[in-house]
Design a protein around this ligand. Structure first.
Ligand code: C2G
Length: 713
C-alpha cells in the first residue's frame, strides 16, 4: 500500500506469517515501527533450517512417491508453528558451538534487562515509566543487545513510511559497513511508539563461504576504522548530551576501543594504529561524558585514561598486561590451552626431526584407515628408518615399534611441532602452523558421494566459519590421496586443493586385494565370535548433519528393523552393525545376541568388509571401497529426499549410478536380501561399470606407491 517499509537481505529468510503479524500490530497500534526477533546466530539458523527440512519432508510425503521434483526447490517458507516450538526449545538445549551463540533469550531475563533500560530512561527524563516501556524495549532489542555498531541493523523491522518521511530519516550513502547504525539511532531518537512481536522471526543467513562470497562483515577493508568513527560521530550527533541513548553509544565506543582497537596496539604491524589512528580515537574519546569514564572498571578506565593522555606506550602496556592475565587464567583452567600455548611458544621453536612420522586416523578414535596401511608398509619394509608416533585415544593393539600420544595432550602438541612427516586422514587442528621442511600427507577418508566443503551451498551442522577454517587447514597439506579420478576432480573443487593429488587407489583398500584375504577373514570372524556357518550382512550407514547432541556428537536412530530381519532371515544370516565414528548413540542389541553384532567400536572397517557377504549402507562412502570385493550392495535410503535435497546434495545421481537398488522400507530390505542372487545378476553390468570407474586403480599396492612418492624412497 506504500504505507510501510520493510528491509530484508536478499538471501535471508523470513518465516511465513512474520510480515502479517508485524503489519497487524502496526495497524492496530498505529506504531512508528514494529519488529520481531532476529535470529542471526549459528544455532538459531540451524533450528530454522531444521524446521525447513521438516516442512519439506511433509510436502514430499503428500506427493506422488515417484515425483521428487518439487522438493528440489529451495523453500523459503516454513511452517511457523514448528519453528516457534523449536525456538522455544532453544534455550534449554545445548549448543555445540557455544562461542558463536548469544545468551538464550529467556523471557524473564529479557524483561529484567528491559527494566534496567527503562529505569535509566525514567531517571534521565523524569517521564512516566509506562510511557517509556516501549522505548526501553526498542533500545534493548535494537541497540543494547547488538554488539558494536556493526550489528545494529534495520533488518526485520516494519516501519511506517510517514514516520520515516516526517522525521526525514535517511541512510548515509557514504557508508559501506555501518550504514544501519545511523539510521536506527535516528529512529530510536525520534520514536514514540513501537511494538515488539515475539513470534515474528527474521533469520539472518550467515555467509559460510567467505573465500568466494564474503559478506560485508567478512571483508577486511583497510578503512573500516575510519568509517567506524564517522558513523559513530554521526550517531552521537542525533542524540542529546547526557541522554540514555548517547550513553549507550559512548559505552559502545569504549568497548570497541578497549576490546577491539587496543589489542592492535601491540599486535598489528601497521604503525598507524599507534600513531594517526590513535590520535583520531583520542579526539573522539575526548567528547565522551567524563562521568561514564569515572565509573568504568579498572582495565577500561586505565586504558581510556592512557588514550586521553595520548600515551600510546602506557595503553600498550595496559592491554598487554590485561590480555596476558586473561591468557594465564585460561591456561590454568584448561589443559588443552596450555598444550597449545607450549606448541606456539616453545615446541615450534625446536628443530624439525627428519625421520619422525606422526600418524592420526579419525581424530585418534581408532588405529585404522589409510594411515594404518602406510605405517605398516613403512614399518615392515624400512625397519628402523623412521620413528613413528601414533595418535590414539584408546587402548588398541598396534603392531611394530611406535610411540603413542593422546590427541590434544602436551605430547601431541610436541610431536605435531617436531615431526617432519604427518600422515592424517582427517583435518589437523586449526592452530597447526606449517613449518619449514614439514611434509603433510592427507589421505582423506573416502570417495565422496555427498558434497563436500566448497561444493556444499549451505553447510549444516557446522559453524559459519567452517569453509574458511577448512581452507586454512588444507593449505597445510602437501599431498592428497585419491582412490580414483572422480575423487581427484571432486577434491580439487571441494577443497580448492591445487597441490599434488596421488591418484593411486586407497591404502586402506590394499587389504581387500591381498592374496590371503580368506585367511584374514576367517581369523577376524573367530576373533569377533561370528558364526562361520552363517552369511554376514554389514550395515554401515553414515551420519546426519541435522541430528546431533553437540559438536562431533551425532544421534543415530536405527531404522533397520532387526527383529523383523531376525524373524525373516535369522536362519541363514547374521548382521554386523557399524555406526559412523561421529555417532554418539550406542545401538541396543539386547535380545538379538546371536543375530546382531555391534561392531561400531571395531577399529578398522576394511577388515569388516572382508568378513561380510553383503553390504547395506545409505550415503556413506563405504560402498566405493566395498565394491573392490565385487560383493552385493544394497542402499537403505529411507530419508533420501531430506538427505540429498536439504542436507548435502550428491556428486552423482544416486538413483541411476550406484551398483545396487535403493530401498525405502524394511520389507523391501528383507525382500532384496532374499532375492540377492537375482539382484546381483540384474546389477551385473552396472556393477562392472562402477568398478571400472571407481576401483580399477586399486591393485593392492597403494600404500607402497604413496609411501615411495611422499617419503622419497
Ligand atoms: N565409516 C565407518 N563406519 C560407518 C561409516 C563410515 O567406519 N558406518 C568410515 C569409512 O572408512 C568411511 C569413512 O568413515 O569411508 C567416511 O564415512 P562417510 O560415511 O563417507 O562420511 P564422512 O565422514 O562424512 O566422509 O569423501 C568422503 C566424505 O568425506 C565423507
Amino acid at each position: 500500500s506504500g504505507e510501510y517499509i520493510y528491509f530484508l537481505d536478499s538471501d535471508d529468510y523470513i518465516l511465513n506469517g512474520t510480515l502479517t503479524m508485524l503489519l497487524k500490530e502496526a495497524e492496530e497500534q498505529n506504531a512508528d515501527f514494529t519488529y520481531g526477533k532476529k535470529a542471526s546466530t549459528w544455532f538459531r539458523r540451524m533450528v530454522y533450517l531444521a524446521a525447513l527440512a521438516e516442512k519439506n519432508e511433509e510436502t514430499s510425503e503428500e506427493q506422488d512417491p515417484g515425483d521428487h521434483e518439487q522438493s528440489d526447490e529451495h523453500e523459503q517458507v516454513v511452517q511457523e508453528q514448528t519453528v516457534q516450538e523449536q525456538l522455544r526449545q532453544e534455550a534449554s538445549e545445548n549448543n555445540p558451538d557455544s562461542t558463536d551463540m548469544e545468551a538464550p533469550v529467556n523471557l524473564s531475563r529479557r524483561e529484567r534487562k528491559i527494566l534496567k533500560v527503562q529505569n535509566k530512561l525514567v531517571e534521565a527524563t523524569g517521564m512516566d515509566a509506562e510511557l517509556l516501556k516501549l522505548r526501553a524495549e526498542a533500545y534493548h532489542s535494537l541497540l543494547v543487545t547488538r554488539k558494536g555498531l556493526r550489528n545494529i541493523s534495520v533488518l526485520g523491522i516494519l516501519f511506517r513510511k510517514s514516520f520515516i518521511d516526517e522525521n526525514r530519516i535517511r541512510f548515509n550513502d557514504d557508508y559501506i559497513f555501518f550504514s544501519d547504525s545511523t539510521f536506527v539511532v535516528q529512529v530510536l531518537q525520534k520514536m514514540n511508539t513501537a511494538y515488539y512481536v515475539q513470534e515474528a522471526v527474521y533469520v539472518k543467513r550467515k555467509h559460510n563461504d567467505p573465500i568466494h562470497y564474503p559478506a560485508l562483515s567478512q571483508l577486511k577493508a583497510e578503512d573500516k576504522f575510519e568509517e567506524y568513527l564517522l558513523a559513530y560521530k554521526e550517531c552521537v550527533s542525533y542524540t542529546a548530551e547526557g541522554s540514555v541513548l548517547r550513553s549507550y553509544l559512548e559505552n559502545k565506543l569504549i568497548s570497541y576501543y578497549a576490546g577491539t582497537y587496543a589489542p592492535r596496539l601491540r599486535r598489528s604491524e601497521k604503525e598507524t594504529w599507534r600513531t594517526d589512528r590513535f590520535d583520531m580515537m583520542r579526539s573522539v574519546m575526548q567528547e565522551v561524558n567524563p562521568e561514564i569514564i569515572k565509573h568504568l572498571k579498572k582495565y577500561k578506565k586505565q586504558i581510556v585514561k592512557a588514550l586521553l593522555k595520548g600515551n600510546v606506550k602506557r595503553a600498550t602496556y595496559v592491554v598487554s598486561r590485561h590480555l596476558g592475565l586473561k591468557k594465564v587464567k585460561k591456561i590454568r583452567k584448561n589443559k588443552r590451552v596450555f598444550a597449545y600455548y607450549l606448541y606456539h611458544k616453545f615446541f615450534t621453536k625446536m628443530s624439525v626431526k627428519e625421520n619422525w612420522v606422526l600418524c592420526e586416523s579419525f581424530f585418534g578414535k581408532s588405529y585404522s584407515d589409510s594411515p594404518k596401511y602406510i605405517y605398516e608398509y613403512l614399518s615392515k619394509n624400512y625397519p628402523g628408518k623412521y620413528r613413528f608416533i601414533w595418535v590414539v585415544n584408546k587402548r588398541t593393539k598396534i603392531p611394530y615399534r611406535h610411540t603413542r600420544v593422546k590427541r590434544f595432550s602436551i605430547r601431541y602438541c610436541y610431536y605435531l611441532a617436531r615431526c617432519k612427516y604427518d600422515v592424517f586422514n582427517v583435518r589437523q587442528p586449526e592452530w597447526v602452523r606449517k613449518r619449514e621442511g614439514n611434509v603433510f600427507l592427507e589421505t582423506w577418508h573416502g570417495t565422496p558421494l555427498k558434497k563436500l566443503v566448497f561444493d556444499q551451498e549451505e553447510v549444516m551442522g557446522a559453524s559459519p566459519l567452517y569453509k574458511a577454517q577448512f581452507y586454512k587447514q588444507s593449505r597445510v597439506w602437501d599431498y592428497l590421496v585419491a582412490a580414483n579420478h572422480f575423487s581427484t576432480e571432486a577434491f580439487r573443487s571441494a577443497f580448492l586443493f591445487d597441490k599434488e593429488i596421488l591418484e593411486y587407489g586407497y591404502p586402506r583398500n590394499d587389504i581387500l586385494h591381498s592374496e590371503n584375504r580368506e585367511q584374514i577373514a576367517s581369523e577376524i570372524k573367530k576373533k569377533l565370535r561370528i558364526p562361520e556357518n552363517k552369511k554376514t550382512i554389514l550395515y554401515a550407514p553414515t551420519w546426519r548433519d541435522d541430528e546431533y547432541y553437540g559438536r562431533g556428537e551425532y544421534k543415530f536412530a536405527l531404522k533397520l528393523d532387526l527383529h523383523l530381519l531376525k524373524k525373516e532371515l535369522g536362519k541363514d544370516y547374521v548382521v554386523l552393525l557399524r555406526t559412523h565414528y561421529f555417532i554418539a548413540d550406542s545401538l541396543d542389541v539386547t535380545g538379538l545376541e546371536d543375530f546382531a553384532f555391534n561392531v561400531s567400536k571395531y577399529d578398522d572397517i576394511s577388515e569388516l568388509y572382508l568378513i561380510s557377504d553383503m553390504l547395506i549402507t545409505d550415503y556413506s562412502s563405504v560402498f566405493f571401497d566395498y565394491a573392490n570385493l565385487k560383493r552385493p550392495i544394497l542402499f537403505y535410503t529411507y530419508d533420501l529426499d531430506k538427505y540429498r535435497d536439504m542436507l548435502r546434495g550428491f556428486y552423482m545421481d544416486i538413483e541411476t549410478e550406484v551398483p545396487g537398488p535403493l530401498l525405502f522400507t524394511n520389507e523391501e530390505v528383507v525382500d532384496a536380501i532374499r532375492d540377492i542372487d537375482h539382484i546381483s545378476a540384474q546389477y551385473k553390468d552396472k556393477y562392472d561399470e562402477f568398478y571400472e570407474r571407481f576401483c580399477s586403480l586399486e591393485d593392492g599396492h597403494a600404500a607402497e606407491n604413496i609411501a615411495k612418492r611422499v617419503f622419497n624412497l
